[in-house]
Ligand binder design. Sequence first.
Ligand code: UDX
Length: 454
Amino acid sequence: MANSDHVLFLPYPCQGHINPMLQLGKRFAARGLVATLAPTRFILRTARPEPGTVRLAAISDGFDQAGYTEAGSVSAYLDRFEQAGSRTLDDLLRTEAAAGRPVRLLVFDAFLPWAGDVGRRHGLATASFLTQSATVNLIYCHVNAGRIELPVRAAVELPGLPRLEPRDLPSYLPELICLYPAYLEMVLNQFKNLEKVDEVLINTVHELEREEMDYLKRACGAKSVGPTIPSLYLDNRLPSDSDYGFHLFAPDVALCMAWLDSKPPASVVYVSFGSMSALSPEQTSELAFGLASTGKPFLWVVRSPEATKLPRGFAEEYGAERGLIVAWSPQLEVLAHAAVGCFVTHCGWNSTVEGLSLGVPLVGVPQWTDQPTNAKYVEDVWEVGVRVRREEGGLVRRKEIERCVREVMEGGRSGEMSRNAVKWRELAKAAVEEKGSSEENIAGLIAKYCNQKA
Ligand code: UDX
């Protein structure tokens, strides 16, 4: 192995950002390069990732004992992360060079723009990795360019995008008072110093967001590298894949698989709201009774802090047979299972792409950040599902949950949605096959920045 074939991946330390970077790392490893993923020390200690083709190392966010929760606020976290992260990334790059594995290309999460500066000081090629969709990133570019005035009060028509109503935009933009100013700053800062990086990589499939990607390609040379899902799932081969895992929470794989095995094809509603969303007790209750009234079996991920919001006696009444409630699931295995016929999702970008790439029709229940835009595309652009309608005040009633699940699984348009889901699945799969759009981009990066022949 030539010395210059080492690529370092630096994710933002949360589940939805680690997963795609790990999978991207595997694509480089599969082409014979040394790929190292470096989350934070806290994450590495607590998540116990399974061994795989990607090496692991760590930097510090300055909160090695308890991670983000120690910080008190997002801005305090990000400030300290920049200081401790710059220092420890610098150390890591020196250590790798001293060990005979000098890093050649640094792929860093666009939430951590300072990492690019550290990489450049070491003379490395740098690539900024945007975890969210091309569409959402393009919207933020338009905000930065002053083409959208905040808060957004009316529909916007912008280059490279369909007409978007305020409710279709990332949640920070139509809010009268931004509830998460530090997050807004972080997503807008992703484009700071972009002219200094060698590459801009987007966690998407070009064919899924053609116009948006074309626009970003022209504007900043952006390249798509998704879907960041192991190929074996796309090939419909279910795991023995111990190489997948970097779960921050431990899933009971055997339990979920055995339960799904006992259900007929396309009969199960899989429900998950990702790693961060928190529903109100009232919303949890409406969702619970909505699922119950569909009469369909459901596999529902209710993370531990959320479990107290379940209606009293619900888990006992529906537990195990009709509805399996778990604290965390092996989501890719679940979505790839033939028993799953519908995915009720918060439309986090990874979940959306996973559903699309595995051909599962979706019910979008977006919560915040980029999710409303993803849900809009699910319903109106890719036409692989529906987005729930909220009441005044924001609640999604049980009747609406039931209506949406039925529409996707047995309604007049369900056949069309399933056919569309299969179409997108094929396009996603083709993108990461030899000569596919994403695979070509990865091969191009290797040819340009590494000695290894792509
Ligand atoms: C966050 C944001 O909320 C999301 O909107 C953004 O696009 C990325 O960062 P998160 O909310 O966790 O992510 O959602 P998502 O992007 O869907 O990522 C969750 C990941 O966890 C997915 O890769 C999913 O496969 C995995 N997951 C989720 C599991 O493995 N098991 C589960 O039970 C739930």
